[in-house]
Design a protein around this ligand. Structure first.
Ligand code: GTP
Ligand code: MG
Length: 300
């Protein structure tokens, strides 16, 4: 299966549900209520679902839409307009370009680093990975394996070492080896664990002190199957370390897709990449049109 089919198959539940509501519907209050419920069930969250329905109602009445196919097009346009998108920059002028990867436990941070490294290496970049997850047993080794597999340099200290100190070492190493990009892995942490969130703040402070332009990107990795909890988590992370982008993983699974919309709308932070599998190539640039097509395409 290609990556788009994988995404589409992951989001099929949402597509089927919306399809059954919109087919043959009269565009009356009952229709709008059912569609609103379906959007909430698809993880768009209450506020955004209500907002989308308001806009759809207006559009349908303004354009005098009577056909399901036209209503779907209108809904797609509304959703696409809500999905900010920016690509990861392809050139990295200030060397090293520093990417800090953060998120709660088990969302796919380290795997995403492997996938991004692979992409960068295929584009001829010199990449170095820094093992600032010193907390979980096995985390350093897991990143080392990704470094070997993708041909990246690697910096680590011992387990339980100070994560900010590893970050400092990593930047120094990136400079001395003229790396184009440094990617820092961090430990998974729950947003309500104050000490762990403080550690993240310290990592950023130490990086900035060493290299004022860094970190160039702070990417929050979010598991798409988390549902609405992801919003609160992301808001807390964003308050502590200003995020520059989101990576939404596990869209090949049971995710309903709406969380991507809710997140980017609430935070105003673009989605950079999406993960659709455990393999090294299962990552793609986020494309709002393709995403909404996967959620709602071919349903009438
Ligand atoms: N299906 C699927 N699985 C994924 C995806 N991304 C990561 N995983 C899997 O999720 C699990 C956790 O991945 P990790 O990369 O170790 O997650 P992490 O956020 O680094 O975890 P901690 O460091 O323990 O917080 C692994 O089994 C990965 O293979 C994805 O896009 N789709
Ligand atoms: Mg990890």
């Amino acid at each position: 299966m290609d990556i788009f089919s994988r995404l589409k198959s992951g989001l099929s539940k949402t597509r089927l549900q919306i399809s059954s509501i919109i087919k043959g519907a009269e565009f009356d209050d009952t229709f709008f209520d059912s569609l609103e419920e379906a959007l909430i069930a698809a993880d768009l969250g209450l506020d955004l679902s209500v907002d989308v329905i308001d806009r759809l109602r207006e559009d349908i009445s303004q354009k005098g839409i009577t056909e399901a196919a036209d209503a779907i097009e209108s809904l797609k346009e509304i959703l696409v307009s809500d999905l900010h998108a920016e690509k990861v920059p392809e050139e990295f002028p200030p060397k090293p370009w520093v990417i800090l990867i953060v998120g709660v436990n088990g969302v796919g941070k380290t795997t995403t680093i492997g996938k991004i490294s692979n992409e960068l290496r295929n584009n001829g970049k010199k990449v170095i990975l820094g093992a600032a997850d010193t907390f979980r047993a096995g985390a350093i080794e897991q990143l080392r394996i990704w470094a070997q597999r993708t041909g990246c340099d690697f910096v680590s200290q011992h387990e339980r070492a100070d994560a900010a100190s590893v970050s400092f070492d990593s930047i120094e190493a990136a400079k001395s080896r003229s790396s184009d990009v440094l990617i820092l892995d961090t430990a998974g942490r729950l947003h309500n664990k104050v000490n762990l969130m403080k550690e993240l703040e310290k990592i950023v402070r130490v990086i900035k002190k060493n290299t004022p332009h860094a970190p160039n990107e702070i990417l929050l990795v979010v598991d798409a199957t988390t549902g609405q909890n992801a919003i609160k988590q992301a808001q807390v992370f964003n308050d502590i370390v200003p995020l520059t982008g989101l990576v939404i993983t596990k869209l090949d699974g049971t995710a309903k897709g709406g969380v991507a919309l809710a997140l980017t709308k609430k935070l105003g932070v673009p989605i950079r990449k999406i993960g659709v599998g455990e393999g090294i190539d299962d990552l793609q640039d986020f494309d709002p049109h393709a995403y909404v097509e996967a959620m709602l395409g071919d349903i009438v």
